[in-house]
Design a protein around this ligand. Structure first.
Ligand SMILES: C[S@@+](CC[C@H](N)C(=O)[O-])C[C@H]1O[C@@H](n2cnc3c(N)ncnc32)[C@H](O)[C@@H]1O
Length: 201
């Protein structure tokens, strides 16, 4: 989302178009599953999820971009939601291990340069028994996936977005054993529920 010029305009246009017609419904579904008391949103962007943040819990929101964080701060103030905003990289977060009950992401892992490292770091900061909830677009496992693989390079150069990732597989690779999915649009946009087992450290 941190793109300048035409790229930025095209990306913002795509995002707000889909936001209006589909994504709001998906965000509500995602946040209905979130449990405190300590919640972390990674890749908060301009704060489009803040509307869905529950009251009475501790909320921390992290993003690489100070510019987007500033917009998210203003949104949180307008909505009177107390949020601690942190500028940082999901791959190396300034939090102690086992700090959070739930970590939430939406449309982040299509942008992180090293998604495996990001997931590994989330694993570290989640409490045993805690959950990672992701609203993400991933590669299709069907025939469509082959086409997505082919166009993913040019798509990335145009929009700065990786469309052919397999975030569920990456989550398993970093050690999460319980991973389940709800399909929201074909098998491309998904709610991915990941749990760090109680015995895992
Ligand atoms: C497509 S936007 C999604 C923003 C928001 N989650 C939403 O649903 O509207 C992706 C966000 O991830 C952030 N981002 C990209 N790489 C990141 C990283 N390594 N660590 C933290 N944030 C990152 C970008 O700055 C951007 O705000």
């Amino acid at each position: 989302m941190l793109k300048g010029g035409l790229k930025g305009i095209a990306y913002d246009f795509l995002l707000s178009f889909f936001e209006g017609i589909l994504v709001k419904k998906w965000r509500r579904k995602l946040w209905n599953q979130v449990k405190g008391p300590r919640i972390l949103e990674v890749g908060v962007g301009t704060g489009l999820n803040i509307f869905y943040y529950p009251f009475g819990v501790s909320l921390t929101a992290l993003d690489l971009s100070e510019e987007y964080l500033q917009r998210a701060r203003l949104r949180a103030e307008r909505m009177k939601k107390p949020v601690e905003f942190v500028q940082g990289d999901v791959k190396v977060m300034p939090f102690k291990e086992a700090s959070f009950d739930t970590v939430v992401s939406s449309f982040l892992f299509c942008q992180v340069d090293d998604p495996r490292a990001g997931l590994q770091e989330i694993y570290r900061v989640l409490k045993p028994g805690g959950r990672l909830l992701m609203l993400e677009h991933v590669n299709s496992r069907g025939k469509l996936g082959k086409m997505m693989n082919i166009i993913s390079g040019p798509f990335y150069r145009l929009f700065g977005d990786h469309i052919a990732r397999d975030t569920e597989v990456l989550a398993r690779q970093v050690g999460f054993k319980k991973v389940s999915t709800t399909h929201l649009f074909l098998d491309i946009v998904k709610l991915i529920y990941v749990e760090k087992e109680k015995g895992q450290s």
